[in-house]
Ligand binder design. Structure first.
Ligand code: A2P
Length: 316
């Protein structure tokens, strides 16, 4: 398994199982199957609504001797309603309780967006808190405490652009070690990738396959079909790979982690096998030529009337 190295010498398996959109009643079986197949990295979040089931599957795999806790890499995230410094550790403790774990390997601020306490998915502008009132650097202090208290071995962020990262880097005692963002051939994140490399921040690619199972409300009518892209399909056929394997192999070869979601055993196995894919420089460049700055998860769901956020500000 390819790994990403941290300054502490810890290694994160570069390919993990995404659990966003994995339904309750299915995710338990998916996690157990994934661990049996050899997955050692699971990506979770409280807002996915399925952490307890994920945790039960992990616990049973450990009890059955299939894997040890130390062999697993478990990532979870801080929801937007717990950005106040004093709310970070209680929120993390809730997540640990759901996952039935004592610590996380990686804990991320889920979005550079703050919501009032108790708000899951916002319904109106009044549910939000402006970042000028509750800055990301304040939330980061809570994240640092989580690391100091050994509740999270590594801390980082998700959905952060360069300007948001700079705000944290300017004041951090423990700089962020990870930025988890949407990344695939239509959104290669070149500039962000370069900035993160310069600051020893790893990238994890979410929605690597275009997240076709998002709700209709999250989809644009004219969105491009990633898995159906002709160039990727021709390349896959030429190398006897699936299109998913070409995309995942491309992400991994760029030095990123990648977290494809599946609850289907065959596709989980197929995705895991992408860790063995090796693309030529010409193929890497062909895939890179597909870039079109297209976001499947564009964050427009945050932009309700009267919110103290803008589209440009969200991704800057
Ligand atoms: P399923 O869970 O039925 O396998 P993303 O990781 O970009 O969010 O994409 C997840 C979507 O891609 C899900 O609909 C998932 O379906 C599907 N998927 C996962 N792996 C593959 C694969 N190897 N080939 C095609 N579709 C896949």
């Amino acid at each position: 398994m390819k790994t990403l190295k941290f300054s502490s010498n810890d290694s994160m398996p570069a390919l993990g199982l995404g659990t966003w959109k994995s339904p309750k009643g299915e995710v338990y079986r998916a996690v157990k199957t994934a661990i049996k197949l050899g997955y050692r990295h699971l990506d979770c979040a409280p807002v996915y609504g399925n952490q307890h089931e994920v945790g039960t599957a992990i616990k049973e795999c450990i009890e059955e001797g299939l894997v040890t806790r130390e062999e697993l890499w478990i990532t979870s995230k801080l929801w937007n309603d717990a950005h106040a410094e004093a709310d970070v550790i209680p929120a993390l403790q809730e997540t640990l309780k759901s996952l039935q774990l004592n610590y996380l390997d990686l804990f991320l601020i889920h979005w550079p967006v703050a919501l009032k306490k108790g708000i899951g998915l916002p319904q109106r502008g009044d549910d939000f808190i402006a970042l000028s009132t509750l800055p990301l650097s304040t939330t980061w202090k809570g994240m640092e405490r989580a690391k100091d208290q050994h509740l999270a071995r590594h801390i980082g962020v998700s959905n952060f652009g360069i300007e948001s990262l700079k705000k944290i880097l300017a004041e951090a005692n423990h700089p962020p070690e990870m930025n988890q963002v949407e990344c695939h051939p239509y959104l290669p994140q070149n500039e962000l990738h370069h900035f993160c490399r310069e600051h020893a921040i790893h990238l994890t690619a979410y929605a690597p396959l275009g997240s076709g199972d998002r709700s209709a409300a999250m989809k644009a009518e004219d969105e491009p079909d990633l898995l159906g892209n002709p160039l990727l399909n021709n390349m896959a056929r030429a190398h006897d790979l699936s299109v998913a394997q070409v995309i995942l192999g491309w992400d991994l070869q760029r030095g990123m982690a990648v977290i494809p979601k599946s609850t289907n055993p065959q596709r989980m196995a197929e995705n895991l096998a992408a860790t063995k894919v090796s693309l030529s420089e010409a193929d890497m460049n062909h895939v890179a030529s597909l870039a079109k700055n297209y976001r499947y998860v564009n964050g427009r769901f945050w932009l309700l009337e009267g919110v103290p956020y803008t589209y440009e500000g969200l991704w800057e």
